[in-house]
Design a protein. Structure first.
Length: 166
């Protein structure tokens, strides 16, 4: 029974990119746990809590991505060795400073947003509205999280674009 109303030949590219995204999120999740455990310094409380919020959110996304792949009638990749091999996000040392950790996460967000865009592109070609809807929400949340981390990283003298204010 084809309850998806999606051309099955156009689903494979969507699933392929979703599996890359699944791998990216798994490595990202572990990196957030690493940073949560190992952050030190005056920003400990803020970042320890923020990293925990982020990995809790990521854990939900991992499950949703895997379940979307299953909904599309494929098995998601599920071995740690496959995640490490497929992911464009790489592991990090626990010996980074708080500032380096945040900078690393911001770079990972760029990678995740690129992969989310690839998934969206493939889903649009397949007319896969379920995946498009899921991924759109992820992009919006990740952009907001990135903005907040960038704001945390900025010097208090930095300013936003003022072209719309007097």
């Amino acid at each position: 029974m084809n309850y998806l109303n999606i051309d099955k030949d156009k689903v494979l590219p969507v699933v392929t990119e979703l599996n890359v995204l699944l791998a990216d999120y798994h490595v990202y999740y572990q990196k957030l746990r690493n940073f949560h455990w190992n952050v030190l310094g005056k920003n400990f409380f803020d970042l320890h809590n923020r990293f925990e919020e982020m990995y809790d959110d990521t854990k939900v996304k991992i499950d949703e991505i895997a379940e979307r792949i299953i909904t599309l009638k494929y098995h998601p990749i599920s071995k740690l060795s496959d995640y490490i091999e497929v992911s464009r996000i790489k592991e990090s040392s626990p010996l980074l400073t708080d500032v380096q950790m945040v900078a690393t996460i911001i770079e990972d967000h760029k990678t995740l947003i690129e992969q989310l865009s690839k998934v969206t592109d493939r889903a649009e070609k397949a007319k896969d509205e379920g995946t498009i809807d899921l991924i759109g929400a992820y992009i919006r949340a990740l952009e907001k999280s990135t903005w907040m981390l960038c704001a945390w990283s900025k010097d208090t003298k930095d300013e936003l674009n003022t072209s719309f204010v007097e």
